[in-house]
Ligand binder design. Structure first.
Ligand code: ATP
Length: 266
């Protein structure tokens, strides 16, 4: 039997979070909790505040008021790399991938960035540096296997198709050993087969014990993959619940009416 959600301590607590841009309230008094091991998705019509919410959680921008609490401690005021060191890691954009490096080199480099080996240690070939090297190789192999990238391990990024580059951005994030992995529209621009594969990939990541938070527009994928969903509209949270609860929520249906495609998939 699954443990009662309410009795499990949260990994992330978003508390009364508000962010203004001049006169515009992009995120307005939003609260929710993410439990360890969940796949939690934030949805909402265009301009609802989803990206702003992600930036607030990753400490890329500061809230006007409210708090982001991770493992019981506030992330507000930290720099993004400090939030990442606590375990809140956002996937890397394809544009930040160094195109001359191979898949393996990219993941190993990302791993080294948070590894103990100093450049001086590596230069003198210390025992610590050699141990770190072996650990980087092992960790990189594990990540490539998890994301099914082994067969392109020696390909340079510039030769990889779009879908692989996106997976490589996720691989780099995994090298930072996240507790909470944040994925911004991971299924955007994918055909149904690619989406299927990406859904399986996100599930495998979660099965490694990593909690996953997504912002996503592809409602069919969202409804399949999410344990829980929060819905934003004009910066406010209008609903939160399981996919089934969200699909049947009249406020949510109303918010999506008039959208170009029947995004909710109902
Ligand atoms: N840096 C900024 N300065 C001013 N306004 C901003 C800024 N960032 C976002 N906004 C505004 O805040 C609101 C929420 O934007 P946000 O990008 O968070 O929405 P979203 O739900 O991610 O939208 P989409 O689905 O279209 O990506 C929008 O009205 C947007 O124009």
């Amino acid at each position: 039997m699954k443990p009662d959600r309410n009795s499990t301590p949260s990994l992330l607590d978003v508390k009364g979070l508000t962010r203004r841009f001049g006169g515009l309230v992009a995120v307005n008094d939003v609260s929710f909790s993410v439990k360890p091991g969940e796949i939690f998705t934030v949805i909402g019509p265009n301009g609802a505040g989803k990206s702003t919410m992600f930036k607030l959680i990753g400490a890329f921008i500061r809230p006007t008021s409210g708090d982001v609490v991770f493992e019981g401690k506030s992330l507000v005021g930290l720099a993004p790399h400090q939030a990442a060191a606590r375990g809140v890691v956002r996937t890397f954009q394809e544009t930040t991938i160094y195109r001359e490096m191979t898949t393996m080199e990219t993941v190993r480099t990302a791993f080294h960035l948070q590894c103990r080996a100093t450049s001086l240690g590596a230069f003198f070939n210390t025992r610590q540096a050699r141990a770190d090297e072996a650990e980087a190789n092992r960790a990189a192999e594990e990540i490539l296997e998890l994301l099914q990238l082994q067969h392109v391990r020696h390909e340079q990024a510039k030769n990889l198709p779009h879908g692989y580059l996106r997976a490589l951005g996720i691989a780099m994030a995994l090298a930072a050993r996240p507790k909470l992995l944040m994925l911004d529209e991971p299924f955007a621009g994918m055909n149904p087969e690619e989406t299927d594969a990406a859904v399986q990939m996100v599930r495998r990541i979660r099965d490694q014990g990593i909690t996953v938070m997504l912002v996503e527009h592809d409602m069919h994928a969202v409804m399949r993959i999410s344990d829980r969903i929060a819905v934003l509209n004009f910066g406010r949270k209008i609903a939160e619940g399981t996919p089934q609860e969200i699909q049947n929520d009249q406020n949510v249906i109303d918010a999506y009416l008039g959208q170009e495609d029947e995004e909710l998939g109902i």
